[in-house]
Each structure stands twice: as C-alpha cells, then as structure tokens.
Design a protein around this ligand. Structure first.
Ligand code: FAD
Length: 467
C-alpha cells in the first residue's frame, strides 16, 4: 500500500542546500520531510568539499614526510627512510570523516524533527511527489516544495566516464595512486585534485582549453599556483584540447592546433564543469521557468510556480556549498512567514590549491568604470606567522581594493598557504560595508596571517608598517 504524507514542506536533496533548509524549517516548527536518494550531506559532504579537503590534507602531510626523508631533511627533521603510503588507509580515513559528518546531519535532522525519506523523488505535478523507498512507494503532497537537487559532473562525449576516465567522485576513492594522471580542465576542482595527486607521487599533466589556469581569478592571484606546478614537475598545456584516448593515454591538441600528442595517463580525470541535476525527477511536469540550464528563481529563491522554491547548484552560480546553505536557510524562514531576500553583498570563494586562493568582491581589474580606486597589497613574505609555517615564500599576498572617495572596501583577495581561513574576515568586511579605516582600526592578533589584512589596509591608506 502506498503511504501518503502531507507535510508543510518537502525538501528534495540532502546536500548543504537541502539539509540546511530542512533543519531550519524543522527548527521553525514546520512539518518537514526531506528526500535524499544517496547519503545525507549531498555532493559537498560525500564526494565534494569535505573528502577533497581531507585528501588534500593527507597529501600535504605525505609530501612533507617525503621531504623530511630526503637528504636535506625539513627544518632539522630527518626521517631515516622514505614514508610508506598505504593509500587504501588514506581513503578509509577520508571515508570515516564522511561517515561521521553524514551521521551528524542525520542526527541534526532528527533533532529538528524532520522526517527523512530515502529514495529517488519523482514529481507527477508540482505538488505531487512519489518516492520509491526500500519499504515501498511513498506519495508526498506538500504545501511547499524546496528543490535542492544539486549538480553533477559534465561528461565529454569523446571521453565518457568509465574505465580509466573518471570524474572527481571516482578520483576521491581510487584504489591506488595512479602513476600518471591527466587532468582535463584547469578549474578549481581539477587543480585541487591534480595538486593533491602530484603530492602523493603521481606524474600529473593538466590540459586547459583557455590560455591560463583558474580563469575565474586574475593572473596575479594565480601566478603563485602556476609557479608551484612548474616547480613540482606538473606539466601544464594551456590553450590545448583533449581529443580522446588511446592505449597509451590521453590524446591532445596543443595550443593553436600546432601538434597532436599523447599524454601518458593511467587515469584521465575530467573536470570541465558541473551541470545542474535537472533530469529524471519530473522537472518537466512542474511548469518551472528556466534560466539556461538552471531553474529560474527570484531574489527569494521562488520559482515561477507558487510555493515551489529552488536553491543551491540547481539555480546557478556560484555553485558553492555556502551559497546553497544560505539560500536554504532563507527559504525555510520565508515559508515560516519571515521577510527575507537573497542579496549578499558578495560570496567568498576559495581554491584549496597550493597555495590557496581566496577571493571576495571585485578584483582591481573589475573596478567599475569611472570609479577611482586604491589598492593595498601586502606580501606574506613580510608576515611573521606566514614565515613560521612555510607560508611566506610562495609569492603570496593579501590585496584589498577600495573606493578612493570614501575608502569603502570593494573586494579582497589573497593567495598563500593556509590563507583560506581568512575568508571569514574578508566576507564579513564586505557584508558590513567596511572601509579601510575599519580594518586599520582593528587590532589583529599577532602572530597571525590576519595581520596581512591589516597591513594591506594600511598600505592602501599609505602607511603600512612592515613594508
Ligand atoms: P548537492 O550537494 O549536489 O546535493 C544534492 C543532493 O540531491 C544529492 O545528494 C542528490 O543525491 C540529491 N538528489 C538529486 N535529485 C534527487 C531526487 N530526485 N531524489 C532524491 N534525491 C535527489 N563547494 C564549496 O563551497 N567549497 C568547496 O571546497 C567545494 N569543493 C568541491 C569539490 C568537489 C570535488 C566538488 C564536486 C564540488 C565541490 N564544491 C565545493 C561544490 C559543492 O559541493 C556544491 O556547491 C554543493 O554541494 C551544492 O549543494 P546543493 O545542496 O545545491 O547540492
């Protein structure tokens, strides 16, 4: 017999958009059901943000140990023999973190009295959803629907996933470190994983169609990453196209169509983008207006159909976990009767490359025409904390952009080891409408990387102390 549920709110997708929406709705006393076909936590927690950062961390430790075992050692630390990598244990450690966090989400949903349904949701109209669960079909007829189905990796028709051609999902659970790895796509996911595998000992080649890596960031910010790749023997082909594969590896065409060659590749990691998950769940039955491949929403994340809301990767860029969560929390509050709009001043983005990149707001070359600006840049080379944790010699810096007339901060970026942790202060400064004098007036803890933010503001004001 089909069970029928009639909750106030139905959330489809248990990623950072959906589960946050469901928890907040539950906290607000709304009768809420969450449907997830896979594991709670979605892409982010199970095959995205968290597992990739765990792998990056382990790869960094391994690289340090390898260096300590080399003749020169590492700050007086000498290992008598090279470290052994048991990659299956590394993957197991990463999986344990995922298990712990996914279990944590389940607990939080229970605490908020959200009913979780496991299975694939399918709509026959905008307010009728059926889920095939292991216990039989469940029909759900909610008052409100929040769609948070996320995104999936884009596949190249001439390099379909399977065998040695993998997406980021498989890259995070490989049985062993590939001796050779070709990464197609030099965006943040490809570079984060490519760098991690290079540290773990793979011979990595990156193929990017544009004329530079991480095209969403300016050249000054990406230069330290390009230098790291060069120094660590990662081969980069810019302006190049992947064409297909043969027995030896990946067939590519170099810049300008000059020549074709085969890049040795035990594995080919394709990271050419992510597309919203709009198929297989009855989107076409819901009469929703679209915005290209994404579901169209307004500033409240309302779709074109009454009481159907959509959030996260499904509704467009930036396809980031923290944006999805912020939208989810907001929609739950709107359904509960609060007045909310999604109007962030800026959403910070981080690349967990080597070194890391953080960016929020405008970069100097994006300054609006006719607006005079000042830029303050401070190198991590002059920051004691950076030097004390080997974060000062990779060409990293903090850069702050402000309007000349009133010193209103328009954007802040940084590149450097460990600088991802500065993202919170950057975003806060943007969101509260900070001016240079605000940063200059805050006593930043010594010794921390945060002092470089202070100094960059002082530099923009014309009186940096340490440069
Ligand atoms: P998702 O997290 O994709 O969740 C959607 C969920 O919906 C999935 O679990 C899916 O199973 C479920 N679902 C879909 N359709 C149905 C259906 N019909 N029935 C039932 N369930 C369904 N972002 C960052 O901010 N920082 C990072 O460092 C970062 N690193 C990343 C690294 C990698 C390798 C990848 C792939 C992504 C990374 N991202 C990162 C992006 C981030 O994972 C996404 O932006 C985020 O997960 C989007 O959240 P979401 O809730 O919109 O969707």
């Amino acid at each position: 017999m089909t069970e029928t549920l009639r909750p106030k709110v139905l959330v489809i997708g248990g990623g950072p958009g959906g589960y946050v929406a469901a928890i907040r709705a539950g906290q607000l006393g709304l009768d809420t059901v969450l449907v997830e076909s896979g594991r709670l936590g979605g892409t982010c927690l199970t095959r995205g943000c968290i597992p990739s950062k765990a792998l990056i961390h382990a790869a960094g430790l391994y690289e340090e140990a390898v260096m300590a075992s080399a003749e020169m050692g590492r700050f007086g630390i000498h290992l008598n023999q090279a470290p052994t990598l048991r990659f299956e244990e590394t993957v197991g450690w990463k999986d344990a973190i995922v298990d712990r966090l996914s279990g944590g989400v389940a607990g939080l949903l229970r605490k908020a009295k959200v009913k979780s349904v496991v299975g694939w949701a399918s709509f026959s109209d905008a307010k009728t959803c059926t889920v095939e669960t292991p216990e039989g079909p469940v029909t759900i007829r909610p008052e409100h629907v929040i769609l948070a189905t996320g995104a999936t990796a884009v596949e190249l028709p001439f390099l379909p996933f399977g065998g040695r051609v993998i997406s980021s999902t498989e890259a995070l659970s490989l049985p062993e470190v590939p001796a050779t790895l070709a990464v197609v796509g030099g965006g943040y996911i490809g570079l984060e994983l490519g760098i991690a595998f290079a540290k773990l000992g793979s011979k990595v080649t990156i193929i990017e169609a544009m004329d530079r890596l991480l095209p969403l960031y300016d050249a000054q910010l990406t230069a330290p990453v390009a230098r790291w790749l060069e120094k660590h023997g990662v081969t980069v082909y810019l302006g190049a196209k992947a064409l297909g594969q043969d027995q030896e590896g990946l067939l590519i065409q170099t810049a300008g169509g000059e020549r074709q060659l085969v890049v040795p590749a035990e594995r080919i990691l394709v990271t050419v983008g992510r597309k919203p998950q709009t198929e297989g769940w009855g989107l076409d039955q819901m009469a929703l207006a679209m915005d290209g491949p994404f579901v169209r929403v307004d500033e409240r994340c309302a779709t074109s159909t009454t009481n159907v809301w959509a959030i996260g990767d499904l509704v467009g860029e930036p396809m980031l976990a923290h944006k999805a969560s912020a939208q989810g929390e907001m929609v739950a509050e709107i359904i509960a009767g609060r007045r909310r709009r999604f109007e962030p001043v800026a959403i910070a983005a981080v690349c967990f490359t080597e070194p890391e990149i953080v960016s929020v707001g405008l970069t100097p070359d994006q300054a609006p025409e006719g607006v005079e600006t000042v830029v303050g840049q401070f190198p991590f080379q002059a920051n004691g904390r950076a030097l004390s944790m080997q974060a000062g010699d990779d060409g990293g810096f903090v850069r702050i952009l402000a309007r000349k007339s009133d010193h209103r901060i328009l954007g802040i970026q940084a590149v450097g080891r460990h600088c991802s942790e500065l993202a919170g202060e950057f975003a806060t400064l943007m969101e509260v409408g900070g001016v240079l004098e605000d940063v200059a007036g805050v006593i930043h803890v010594h010794p921390t990387l945060g002092e470089a933010i202070h100094e960059s503001a002082l530099k923009a004001l014309g009186h940096a102390i340490h440069i």
